[in-house]
Design a protein around this ligand. Sequence first.
Ligand code: DHE
Length: 529
Amino acid sequence: MYQSANPKAPAMTQAEFDLGRKTYFERCAGCHGVLRKGATGKPLTPDITIGKGTDYLKIFIAYGSAAGMPNWLTSGEMDEKTVDVMARYIQQDAPVPPEFGMAQMKSTWKVIIPPAQRPTKKMNAFNIENIFSTTLRDTGEVALIDGDTKKIINIVKTGYAVHISRTSASGRYLFVIGRDAKINMIDLWMPIPDNVAEVRIGLEARSVDTSKYKGKEGDFTDKLAIAGAYWPPQYVIMKGDTLEPMKIVSTRGMVVGTQEYHPEPRVASIVASHFKPEFVVNVKETGKTLMVDYSNIDALKVTEIGSAPFLHDGGWDSSKRYFMVAANQSNKISVIDAKDGKLAALVDVGKIPHPGRGANFIHPKFGPVWSTGHLGDDTISLIGTDPKGHKDSAFKKVAELKGQGGGALFIKSHPKSNHLYSDSPLNPDPKISQSVVVYDIKDLDKGYTVLPIAEWAGITDDGAKRVVQPEFNKAGDEVWFSVWSAKNKQSAMVIVDDKTLKLKAVIKDPRLITPTGHFNVHNTQHDVY
Ligand code: DHE
């Protein structure tokens, strides 16, 4: 039997505890935290969970909630036994994982092809800028898909459940980070693009980016990379051509407002400033955005901008001066001014905003706006982002659109498109999680059109078929979606013609297992969204 420190916790065998720990890491820690103190998901410490009891917890785990808790049993991702184990596991004290410092990082660091042995020019005929890096979540791979021919170029081995792909400033290298905090660096100039370096920067992570600044303080193009960890709570600056770890900085500290100590302030989104040699590092639990000046990492200067707790995902406004980041459980968007290094505004939006990088477009009345959908309600909030031309609406919620339900994760538009797309993969109603809505930007009052993306995929088995993340191609005339089912079920990519809103292509391939995020090289490189 597992020897629980808490006499009130239900009994478990050691094997059940081990299964619980593994499953918690893979499925639950991201939302609820390693120490289970809560963030996107509710706190799950034993003082709360023991009072709820095993039967209550089992129902929640099995069927989910409209506020974004996945339906793990009915979606096929957990069986009855695992649901029962998880209900008992979260009533035990949370095991504290070990730290992960420079020695551990160095022991995982591998330069597979040193810079001197890499191609000196592009060695393939691919239109690199239109490649899509597609996460194959449960197999620990990314599929590089040629956006022109829709053919898979290569399946590249990576960490487990790659969260995001980012490109180097030059567009030559692709950086991907697994949930297990493994970063892979892929060279798109190789005859068949593949890994050239890798390193692990912790036990759990979600974000990676590279230096983009080129100006009077130097040319940092492709010079540095940065990654943020969920556990241990820290960020790491690395060499941009080899991933050699150079500097680790802990994010443990005080929460904005209450100024209470938090032991697990996880690093959420990271972007690179276009205005200064700075990384914009968003720390979830403390609600602080760190402007990390990388011009001299031996004398690191960090400007700490406090806004609201539970900073999560976000993106630039169309001018790329303001970083719009969701403080998700605070129901706010923090607007960070990357030029002046300060908080420009804190905007109240709907319940649990979840923008991905958000969507920028020109509103017929309010001018440039940035938008976000929500996990916890069916609205889309539009925020004005033009303090010069549209002063009255700048950094205010200027309008709200109605979507088809909560559980929204990603929203997208493109400077060449007249459409705004929003998914809702975490909605418990399969009709809603398997389709997306699209709005005509020129006539938003008309409401939305539903596109039945999963149906268009033509998959006949009973997989979850959650439709995830609209992403435009380079030209801005196609929108790509993942149709995401469990590992043992068929998944697909569906491509929509942005002008006609009709199905353009479906990519099905036995290697496309659990596709989730997919990132177009050009749009990622230039922050086009
Ligand atoms: Fe994500 C972005 C964290 C669940 C797919 N996700 C992000 C970012 C963070 C984050 C911090 C911003 C990174 C950046 O920009 O630097 N995601 C988390 C979680 O903690 C959470 C809630 C729970 C978890 O356990 O991971 C979570 N995310 C999911 C999913 O379930 C998704 C759909 C599939 C998966 O990978 O497990 C998923 N997250 C994505 C994608 C992005 C993302 C595709 C990038 C969107 C973009 O357009 O930039």
